[in-house]
Design a binder for this molecule. Structure first.
Ligand code: MF3
Ligand code: CO
Ligand code: CO
Length: 259
């Protein structure tokens, strides 16, 4: 997907992306209070699907390259692409990433957060806090004149300074009417390398940060990516637009935008 040209979106298209992104953020807010011990990941999926349909939107993951559900639910050692399942019941102390992508008027709002189920262990709490800070540092690295490598360098420096590792096998991506397109956005790398930022570029930043090794493997279901050492992994994701003077986060709850 990285040989494709990077398409710059018009102001009108970025407005559309902001609408989809705002709905995605609202969906994550809606799901938050349901994340409790005893709930199954399928219940979260079904609530998300219903909520999305009620708003006239579609769930991009459903049927995407054969993905069987509407959201990804990635618990503990699952790095990403966890499949919601009725038999998977959340337990006190788990961490769960919920990744949603509603499609509004053809445009994709792609965002995820990692939630605590009950009380986290100290290491889980630190991993989740560091991962969210990695996302925010990655976003802050998007500046006029900069390059894509600045994002990965900022994330990797911070994650590794805290004793954690950065997943290499999954990257951020251009997103618009297409779910996954150029450019690729690695969450590791070297400052000053890679494509130059241009106003109108729209892509995700979605660091997956591991407690132990950065290496992952994919389970026999063909989707679920887990840490090779089965230690914890956390992730946060926003869709952002490069602007003339910096960066705009498109996956914020609309009532909070410009607040
Ligand atoms: N939302 C994921 C991302 O951030 C992609 C999920 S693809 C699926 O890119 F098929 F697993 F749903
Ligand atoms: Co994404
Ligand atoms: Co996502």
């Amino acid at each position: 997907m990285d040989n494709e040209p990077v398409v710059l979106l018009s102001k009108r298209e970025i407005d559309k992306m902001r609408q989809a992104g705002g709905l995605a953020a609202e969906l994550l807010d809606y799901l938050a209070p349901m994340v409790k011990p005893g709930v199954s990941t399928l219940e979260l999926n079904d609530a998300a699907e219903r909520w999305t349909q009620e708003r006239g939107a579609k769930s991009a993951p459903l049927g995407y390259h054969g993905f069987p559900k509407s959201i990804c639910t990635s618990v503990n050692e699952v790095v990403c692409h966890g499949i919601p399942n009725a038999k998977q019941i959340l337990q006190d102390g788990d961490i769960i990433n919920i990744d949603v992508t509603p499609v509004v008027d053809g445009y994709h709002g792609d965002t995820s957060r990692t939630y605590f189920v009950g009380e986290p262990s100290p290491v889980a709490k630190k991993l989740v806090e560091v991962t969210e800070e990695c996302l925010m540092r990655g976003i802050a690295a998007v500046k006029p004149g900069g390059r894509v490598g600045d994002i990965g360098a900022a994330i990797q420096d911070y994650a590794e300074s805290q004793g954690f590792s950065v997943v290499r096998d999954f990257v951020g991506h251009g997103v618009s009417r297409i779910f996954h397109t150029a450019p690729q956005i690695p969450h590791y790398g070297i400052q000053g390398r890679g494509k130059k930022f241009r106003a109108g570029m729209v892509f995700t930043i979605e660091p997956m940060i591991n407690e132990g090794t950065w290496e992952v493997e994919v389970l026999d279901d063909g989707w679920t990516a887990v840490t090779k050492d089965r230690k914890l992994s956390a992730q946060f994701e926003h869709t952002i637009a490069v602007t003339e003077d910096g960066v705009e986060i498109l996956t914020l709850h609309s009532e909070l935008v410009n607040a």
